[in-house]
Design a protein around this ligand. Structure first.
Ligand SMILES: [Zn+2]
Length: 203
């Protein structure tokens, strides 16, 4: 999801928090600020680190630098957007299941320890909203959340939840539950090609 889309969602989230606090839509500008900062910070930390520090030799990163060198900043931004839309940047250190669980635990602790710190809570819950919308985007675009599982040992891969013609239909879901989650074994997953489907729904 693009930066401005996250920002719009964060503003909507800030509006909800503001309304819940009373004082209407404009009563808490600090809450809006916390929501936007919380919703954006994860990408502003993760993506620069990915490109400049720990994934400099990744093929899309290298290609992006090449585009910047040869065609300029506008083409570079366009290229980055295209790669991101296809969810090709994999292995982000803040976009993974451990970071998600750690954030949820932090939010629970904050709710218990400092329930009055509205801006702090809004900041971190907005980061959580960012993660959840990214996950929703992954499911919509890729049909799975494997980009979030790269930290798990054994190369665990979840099934693709999209049929070749689009998202799962209700009969597809019923069939999954009928047939059980057979094949959900990391070893099986690794033995086959990366895009395989665990459930024999679409041979
Ligand atoms: Zn993100």
């Amino acid at each position: 999801m693009k930066t401005h889309e996250h920002a719009l969602i964060s503003l909507g989230y800030g509006a909800c928090v503001s309304l819940l606090l009373g004082g209407g839509l404009v009563g808490h500008p600090d809450v809006y600020l916390a929501a936007v900062l919380g919703g954006e910070c994860i990408d502003f930390i993760d993506h620069p680190l990915y490109h400049l520090v720990y994934q400099r030799s990744e093929e899309h990163v290298a290609a992006a630098w090449q585009v910047l060198k040869e065609k300029g900043p506008a083409a570079w931004v366009h290229y980055l957007g295209r790669v991101e839309d296809g969810r090709q940047f994999k292995g982000l250190i803040l976009h993974n299941i451990y970071a998600l669980i750690a954030l949820v635990m932090l939010i629970v602790v904050l709710f218990i320890a400092v329930p009055g710190e509205v801006c702090t809570l809004t900041f971190f819950t907005a980061t959580l909203v960012h993660m959840l919308t990214d996950i929703q985007g992954d499911l919509r675009i890729l049909g799975h959340i494997n980009n979030w599982l790269w930290v798990l040992p054994g190369g665990v891969r979840l099934p693709n939840l999209q049929s070749p013609t689009g998202p799962l239909s209700l009969p597809d879901v019923q069939k999954i539950f009928r047939e059980g989650f057979k094949g959900f074994l990391p070893h099986n997953c690794r033995a086959k090609n990366r895009n395989f489907t665990l459930f024999p729904l679409w041979p």
